[in-house]
Design a protein around this ligand. Structure first.
Ligand code: AMP
Length: 249
């Protein structure tokens, strides 16, 4: 059984993001980039399924400029078997990403596609759902547990007020939530081995997907700076400030 995992390269979650002066986006030049954390969880889950014997091949795919190859090599070092880099100037809009992934699903015929629930840079939370619709495959989003059994996969999802478990018929699409697993680090020998694993580069045109954007970002603003906090000496002073200054009591 094959698993396809979509991985996005994003600004590292521990980097302080800076908005460009012209408000057109955020600074990415000379900024540390990493695999989207939810995609790391998706890669980890695929590798665990392979280690448990239910999966025999893990394929990773990333769409973007040449730099995404570094992210793909990282996924190969973690244990994926092969990788596809779909060349595009930058990461396209979610619908275009979903159409590209649909083309990859048609080419590779994976029984399972794992995606992150959300890109932490653009916070879309759209690609997995769109891919499920485009491929007419069942979807289990925000998975906190994944269990394969025969021609089905059980997905436990975190929903408002509790957990919901769905039984999906394979082939299926799953998006991963934070508590699904704790991703491993790549070992040095595996980083070396990953250099020899297959990484194919595909032109987006060869997949017949039109990348022209359907929406336009008008402005990106940094959050307003928060005023500094103050220390109060006594509880009475705190109550006084809450009553008379903040007017919340
Ligand atoms: P989003 O809908 O943009 O929040 O992204 C959800 C998931 O779709 C991500 O966690 C990835 O698994 C996948 N995805 C989004 N953009 C890309 C991309 N450029 N390349 C590969 N996978 C992507």
């Amino acid at each position: 059984m094959k698993v396809l995992v979509a991985v996005k390269r994003v600004v590292d979650p521990y980097v302080k993001v800076r908005v460009l002066k012209d408000g057109s986006g955020v600074e990415t030049a000379n900024v540390k980039m990493s695999m989207n954390p939810f995609c790391e969880i998706a890669v980890e889950e695929a590798i665990r399924l392979k280690e448990s014997g239910s999966v025999n091949e893990v394929i990773v795919v990333s769409i973007g400029d040449k730099a995404v190859q570094e992210t793909l090599r990282n996924a190969l070092a973690l244990g994926a078997d092969r990788a596809f880099h779909i060349e595009a100037a930058a990461s396209p809009e979610p619908l275009a990403v979903a159409k590209i992934l649909k083309a990859m699903v048609e080419q590779e015929q994976p029984k399972l596609v794992l995606l992150g629930k959300q890109s932490i840079d653009t916070d879309n939370n759209q690609v997995a759902q769109m891919l499920a619709a485009l491929t007419s495959r069942p979807q289990g989003t925000f998975a906190s547990q994944v269990k394969l059994s025969g021609e089905h996969v059980e997905v436990t999802r975190e929903i408002n007020g509790g957990l919901e478990t769905l039984k999906l018929t394979l082939p299926a699409i799953i998006s991963t939530d934070l508590r699904l697993n704790e991703p491993r680090y790549a070992s040095l020998p595996n980083i070396m081995k990953a250099k020899r694993k297959p990484l194919d580069v595909l032109d987006v045109d060869s997949l017949g997907v039109n990348l022209s954007p359907k929406h336009q970002v008008l402005e990106v603003l940094a959050p307003k700076a928060r005023p500094a906090g103050v220390k109060v000496a006594t509880v009475d002073e705190l109550i006084d400030k809450l009553t008379n200054e903040a007017k919340v009591l």
